[in-house]
Write a protein that binds this ligand. Sequence first.
Ligand code: KG4
Ligand code: ZN
Length: 347
Amino acid sequence: SGSLTFLGIESSCDDTAAAVIRHVPGQVPQILASVVEGQTALHAAFGGVVPEIAARAHAERLDHCVEQALVESGVGLADLDGIAVTSGPGLIGGVLSGVMLAKGLALATGLPIVGVNHLAGHALTPRLTDQLAFPYLMLLVSGGHCQFLIVHGPAQFQRLGGTIDDAPGEAFDKTAKLLGLPQPGGPAVQAEAALGDAKRFAFPRPLLDRPGCDMSFSGLKTALLRARDALIAEKGGLTVQDRRDLCACFQLAVAEVLAEKTRRALAVYADLSPSEPALAVAGGVAANTAIRDRLEQLCALSDTRFLAPPLRLCTDNAAMIAWAGIERYLAGGFDDTDLVARPRWPL
Ligand code: KG4
Ligand code: ZN
């Protein structure tokens, strides 16, 4: 029948995930199951993901995630056509756990194993949800990633630029920490910013004076720290309104930098005369409504479709890995039990 059913496994950061996807030619792919076990609580006390803790949690939870995905989907190992696994980039302990499990399953079943680049997983998600045509422009913006890609094909990614230091989500999280707000910082900062005065502090717009699509967000956090400390020195602490204003100014700076760089990326993309122009976003920061509104406006101005897959597929998950595995397999790509885990792996 030409249909393909893949198991996907993801364990490269702080989410342990397994999913089952079925692809029938000419139809929208079916997500038969997508199980994600987050580790936020395990790392909360440390103010960031601790690699050793993440690796141990993945090792403990992966079997159960895979089992649950198979049970939920009603798909047995014998019904699968392949096993897709994130083989990098990411925290090596976690990636290794996933790759070893995939190899074990492949040896036991004789199924092909398809190593997937985690970033390719994110970048191909708009084809899982919307069957988006190539080439499309992609903005990947999360706690760990920030880059513009023109996606020309399942294995053809043209990087237009990205952050040279922190990812925006990281900056949101650090801002929240500096202001005593809860983690993850993005939603908390967004809520405060909605009640703040975005004109009160003049925060920098890093790298806007330079051509291209590269970005920088670490200086923003330093500017915020200075403004905070100046307020504390002046009056001994922060008022509720100070906190809101700091959040509003920080968020506006991030949104303006992302918007201007997106405008430039859209211009490069338009030169390709794409048949169905589209900008897709992925990553947790794509949930930010202030940022999203600006990107949507830019797209409206350039007759470009704006696409934001549902958040559960924009943040780390295994459905995107299973799907990217199917895309790679359909293009003739697969691995065997020699597959290696790669901590670094640019697209
Ligand atoms: O994609 P994701 O779940 O995980 C990875 O980083 O891979 O993204 C999480 C990041 C966190 O830094 C979080 O603070 C940020 O996305 N985030 C937001 C919002 N919701 C989540 N940042 C800004 N505004 C939001 N509404
Ligand atoms: Zn990710």
